[in-house]
Design a protein around this ligand. Structure first.
Ligand SMILES: Cc1cc2nc3c(=O)[nH]c(=O)nc-3n(C[C@H](O)[C@H](O)[C@H](O)COP(=O)(O)O)c2cc1C
Length: 187
């Protein structure tokens, strides 16, 4: 059987991002038969503008949409910005959501998030769940992966060092894998 492909989106644009590091950790914890491709540069997308969203969208947008279309599932790691998701992540979801082929409808999505504060991006993840529900994505409900005090859970070179977070992430990926199989069978 061919490997199934997960596109992992980081909501952080920071070079030293813990959320991007979480996605790299997921790569090492993923069940067999799945592969993770990481997009940690959502800032390259222009701000959503309906005037640009005609028959020929900007090339970067077309490429981003093609990556989403090719993915069997998404994994999103988001920081919390003012109790919500970062603008770059919302912008990327907006661009994906208006593709004529309805790219996010029925797409399996797992979410996680890291923040240095005590809540681990829980409010951002609630907002993200609401946005993903609006676009018809199939979001994994549990486990909720809220990596609070994230600066204590990675080594200096951004390797995940906390076994509890690794276990949760593994559980999340297993749950995502269970959602992917019915989705790809129906494609
Ligand atoms: C504009 C702004 C707003 C923020 N608001 C919150 C917040 O509401 N809750 C929170 O836990 N952290 C907040 N933070 C801290 C971020 O979670 C943190 O800086 C960082 O983005 C964590 O993710 P990263 O390491 O992946 O970049 C905020 C940071 C910025 C720059």
């Amino acid at each position: 059987m061919n490997e199934l492909n997960i596109l992992a989106l980081s909501g952080s644009l920071r070079a030293q991002s813990h959320n991007t590091a979480l996605l790299h950790a997921a790569r090492t914890l993923i069940p067999g038969g799945l592969a993770i491709d990481i997009d940690d540069d959502l800032g390259r997308l222009p701000l959503y503008n309906q005037d640009l969203d005609g028959g020929t969208p900007p090339v970067v947008v077309a490429e981003f949409r093609a990556r989403i279309a090719a993915a069997d599932a998404l994994l999103i790691a988001t920081p919390e910005h003012n109790a919500s998701i970062p603008a770059a992540l919302k912008n990327a979801i907006d661009w994906a959501s208006t593709a004529p082929e309805g790219l996010l409808r029925g797409k399996p999505v797992a979410i996680a998030g890291a923040s240095p504060g005590p809540f681990g991006s829980v409010r951002a993840q609630l907002v993200l769940r609401q946005v993903l529900a609006a676009v018809g994505a199939e979001v994994v409900v549990k486990p909720e992966v809220t990596v609070f005090h994230c600066d204590t859970r990675f080594t200096g070179d951004r390797k995940l060092s906390d076994p509890c977070t690794a276990d949760l992430l593994r559980e999340l990926l297993d749950a995502l894998a269970r959602k992917i199989h019915p989705y790809t069978a129906a494609k």
